[in-house]
Structure formats: C-alpha cells, structure tokens
Design a protein around this ligand. Structure first.
Ligand code: GLU
Length: 294
C-alpha cells in the first residue's frame, strides 16, 4: 500500500479546528486538550484554526468565545489564528484543478429534489453523515443544459464524480492511524462510502471536506487529532489529498466524550457549553481532571 507509515521527520504540527457555530462544550475540550498534550509531548506546534466557511452559522461572538474558553482551559496556541474564510480562493483553485481533471460536475438539486428522486426508499444507501447517496440526477445533464441553467442564474453545487475519482487515484489509498496510542496502524480508505459527495457548496466555493484538506496542507499540519465522528471522513480526505497531490498527515481519531463523562461535571452532559460549567462554579482544573488531562 502506498505511503502510509512513512515517518514524518519534521517538527510535528497539530491543529484544533472548531467551527464557530456554537459554544465549545466538553467534547471540544477533550479534543483541544488531546491536541495540546500531543504537541507538548512531541515538541510540536499547535495551531488554532477557525472553520468559518458557513456564512450563516458562523458568528463573531462564537469566535470570541472560542478564544475565551480555550484560554480558560489553560491552552496556548500559535499566532496568527488561521481562518478558513481567508482561504476561499485557495479552495476555488482546488475545485478548478478537480474540474480540469473532469472529476466534478454541477448539481442543481436541492435536498428536497434528492429526497424526491430517492422516493423515500428506506434501502437507499446513505453516506456516513446520513445523507442519501446522490442519485445522479444532474450527472448526465448535457453541456448545453448545464450552460443554460448556469446562464439563467441557477446556483449549482459541485459534486465529486466518485467513480472517476477513485479510478484516477489508482493506488489503494490508506492512512496511518494511531487512535489514542503510540502504535501506528494502516487503515484502508473507503471513499466510496461517500458517493458523489458535494465538494463545492451552492453558497460557498468549498465544503468542509475540501477546506480541511487544503488547509492541513497549506498550514503544514503533520498530525490530525480529532474525534472518531470524523473517522469515515478521513477516507474522503485521503482521496482528495491524493487527487490534489497533497501530503498525508498522520491521523489520531480519539474517543468521543459520552454524556456520562460530562454529567459528572455538575450534572451536565457532554454537549454542555464550557461557559455554562464555568458559571456553575466548575473549575478548568476539574474539567481537565475529569477528562484525564490533569
Ligand atoms: N471543524 C470541525 C468540527 O468542529 C472539525 C474539523 C477537523 O478537525 O477536521 O467538527
């Protein structure tokens, strides 16, 4: 299998990458503390990246709260803070590169259109986020049709042609996974789990998946440490990295904080905001201890 356990010989670069669409909660604290601990132990750098591509859900007060909550937890990160909204042209360029290789196509469908095309079939395959596989409605539009719709001002998302993408990536793709331990394991990527996933949204010229892959490369991230909820996303990220000739970071998908872990902190749950705990008189030290980072 190609290049999975190549040792990264440079100084490790970690990142904590919250989306500012809500307040940080106990689960985020685990992820941030996990990254900080690894960076410290490995003599690495820790970046903070604000994943603010969503123009509707991202709010300045949540960004301010991220700084405040992380500082309260006792964390330090490298300046400047990275912002995804500052890299929209990099994402657009990546989409152009995928388009030049005929790997994306415009899709005019709304979620309701997709649901209607799937026709409520309960056996219809779904991606790891639970979205129905794209049934291909716009995949076979004629060039003329596409141009006419674009010219009339209809917005289109860009979808990855998964079959073509996998064929072009050729090599069996995998990654080097540590989970929370010290021993690397080789994992085979299964990007087909995602079907013809959206890589460029109708409202912004990127998607979570594309932006993360471009940023990790731009910022020299060598080690991606994030929750197990993103384990399957890594299959897609490795495919995009391969198609765009970007290096493969090492991955450490950590456990997800269960409600119980949080509840022991002042009767709250894993999704209780850190600032709520703070207001209830819980100290940062108590949070760190409860999460195993005393
Ligand atoms: N922004 C993502 C989130 O808040 C995390 C992205 C990542 O770590 O790759 O869930």
């Amino acid at each position: 299998m190609a290049q999975m356990t190549d040792p990264v010989t440079s100084q490790p670069v970690f990142r904590f990458a919250p989306s500012p669409n809500g307040y940080l909660h106990v689960g985020h604290a685990y992820s941030a503390l996990f990254n900080a601990k690894l960076a410290r132990e490995m003599g690495g750098r820790l970046l903070l990246r604000i994943e603010d591509i969503d123009p509707v859900r991202s709010r300045p007060e949540y960004i301010a709260a991220i700084y405040e909550d992380l500082a309260w937890l006792g964390l330090e990160w490298e300046e400047p803070v990275r912002r995804q909204s500052e890299h929209l042209s990099d994402y657009a360029l990546a989409l152009e590169r995928l388009a030049a290789r005929d790997l994306v196509y415009p899709c005019f469908c709304s979620r309701a259109d997709v649901a209607a095309a799937v026709g409520g079939r309960s056996d219809w395959p779904r991606d790891p986020d639970g979205a129905p596989f794209y049934p291909g409605v716009c995949k076979h539009l004629s060039d003329q049709d596409k141009q006419r719709r674009l010219a009339s001002g209809q917005h289109a998302a860009l979808r990855l042609d998964m079959q073509a993408a996998i064929a072009q990536a050729q090599d069996l793709i995998g990654w080097c996974e540590f989970f929370e331990g010290a021993e690397p394991r080789d994992v085979n990527a299964e990007p087909s789990l995602w079907g013809d996933v959206v890589v460029g949204r109708k409202d912004v010229p990127t998607s979570y998946h594309l932006a993360v892959v471009i940023d990790d490369a731009l910022q020299g991230v060598t080690d991606v440490a994030r929750g197990m909820d993103l384990f399957n996303a890594t299959s897609l990220h490795r495919l995009l990295q391969t198609l765009l000739d970007l290096p493969a970071p090492r991955y450490r998908h950590h456990r997800l904080i269960k409600d119980d872990d949080g509840r022991k902190l002042a009767k709250s749950s894993a999704s209780t905001p850190l600032r709520t705990l703070r207001a209830e008189g819980v100290s940062a030290q108590q949070v760190r201890e409860r999460l195993g980072f005393a």
